[in-house]
Design a protein around this ligand. Structure first.
Ligand SMILES: NC(=O)c1ccc[n+]([C@@H]2O[C@H](COP(=O)([O-])OP(=O)(O)OC[C@H]3O[C@@H](n4cnc5c(N)ncnc54)[C@H](O)[C@@H]3O)[C@@H](O)[C@H]2O)c1
Ligand SMILES: [Zn+2]
Length: 381
């Protein structure tokens, strides 16, 4: 079934135009299979570079780096590549320093582009390096994880972690091109694919009930990394995310909606340890907590948490993370960098496809919502 929003689009290769006037940024997002040649031709036509850097990580390099390098060479530029260690624990100043050194040692120039080939960690760090080296050089994002494709790859946020918290250092730096090659996603470990699905479910709950219905039907194909379904899914999610970013690039208003499930989720990640709990798992459980809180406060229909729980479960995501200490999670929620003036601002679903920003929620109600996802067999609704 082709959803109405897709009529007129080519589902095999989608091109989404992103224009963020407030950030003076305009670029295309391509989604499809085997995009390396298109990316390489864009790089050469736009920048005429004698060289171009590809930053990737130790997991992605053996799988996909040679494809991108060959395409760049065939298009007429000479790529140089840097492989950084894979994993969130390396999204720090030390790895950023390695990227800076690599570029400066190669006498980088203002017009020479940098390609980020990898998941959100590579994208965020390469983006930050591109924002800072010589006060900004062109960036091409080639996200290789579902999470990076539907979330990190679009929106211009770049950064690194600090011992005091995640993503505390960074800059806004939009890419010149974003290319999501779904063929690269075929090697993604299932846990990572599933983790990315949490952000897709989040987009559906925030902005589009039709996406929720589509996911209901297409989850099995998506979980098998079927290229056409991944293309459709990523294209749809990019439209939702880019639509929000274009209206509010610096998160003064509706961009905050994208934090649905994240205040709860980040707190859980902080308590459990970032390397132990995949981000998407925390977001899934966080959305469920948010939906139960929304019912309790009378903002949404009592059947919503059940629909959401069933979708989360079918996507292979957890619906409960037992044995977490609910009061510790509540106090970690206050340490989230998005907590304005020690006031919790929560994004809660009003219905599938619409959210509300809520402040002044009684702590006891938040605690109950946390308990509902941290206590095995807790009451639903
Ligand atoms: N800038 C933003 O707007 C934004 C938005 C959301 C998340 N993020 C950031 O993104 C990061 C999470 O992204 P992620 O989940 O992609 O993490 P990640 O980059 O660590 O990738 C997850 C794992 O999958 C591996 N991998 C990636 N692509 C692969 C492929 N095609 N085949 C095999 N293995 C592959 C990676 O090496 C890594 O081990 C976090 O640091 C988060 O803060 C940024
Ligand atoms: Zn997220």
């Amino acid at each position: 079934m082709t959803p109405p929003w897709l009529l007129g689009y080519d589902v095999r290769m989608q091109k989404i135009h992103v224009h963020v006037p407030a950030a003076d940024a305009e670029y295309n997002v391509m989604v499809g299979s085997n995009l390396s040649r298109e990316v390489a031709e864009f790089v050469v036509e736009r920048f005429h570079p004698h060289t171009c850097a590809v930053i990737t990580d130790t997991n992605v390099a053996p799988l996909h780096l040679s494809t991108v390098e060959s395409a760049l060479r065939a298009a007429g530029t000479k790529p140089i590549s840097l492989m950084i260690p894979a994993g969130e624990q390396h999204k720090n100043i030390s790895t950023l320093g390695t990227i800076w050194d690599f570029l400066l040692n190669h006498r980088w120039e203002r017009r020479l582009p940098i390609v980020a080939l990898g998941g959100g960690v590579v994208g965020d760090m390469t983006g930050f390096a591109a924002a800072t080296v010589l006060r900004g050089v062109p960036l091409i994002q080639m996200p290789t994880s579902l999470l990076a494709a539907v979330d990190a790859g679009v929106g211009g946020k770049t950064g690194i972690d600090h011992p005091l918290g995640k993503n505390l250092l960074g800059a806004f730096h939009h890419a010149s091109l974003v290319a999501m090659d779904v063929k690269f996603l075929s090697t993604l470990p299932r846990r990572e694919l599933v983790s990315g699905l949490a952000e897709c479910i989040k987009h559906a709950v925030i902005a589009d009930e039709n996406l929720f219905h589509w996911l209901d039907v297409h989850l099995p194909q998506v979980l098998e990394s079927h290229p056409a379904d991944l293309t459709e899914l990523i294209g749809w999610n990019v439209r939702i995310k880019a639509g929000i970013v274009m209206k509010d690039p610096y998160e003064n208003s509706i961009r905050a909606h994208l934090n649905l499930g994240h205040t709860f989720g980040h707190a859980m990640e902080a308590v459990v340890g970032y390397d132990k709990l995949p981000h998407g798992y925390a977001v899934a459980v966080g959305m469920l907590a948010a939906s139960r809180l929304a019912v309790k406060l009378g903002y949404c229909n009592p059947e919503l948490p059940g629909r959401l729980e069933s979708m989360i479960h079918r996507a292979g995501l957890p619906t409960c993370i037992p044995e977490l200490d609910a009061p510790s999670i509540l106090s970690a929620m206050y340490s989230d960098k998005k907590v304005a003036a020690a006031k919790l601002r929560l994004i809660l679903p009003a219905k599938i496809g619409e959210v509300k920003v809520v402040t002044d929620v009684p702590e006891a109600a938040i605690l109950d919502a946390i308990k509902s996802v941290t206590t095995a067999g807790a009451a639903v609704g």
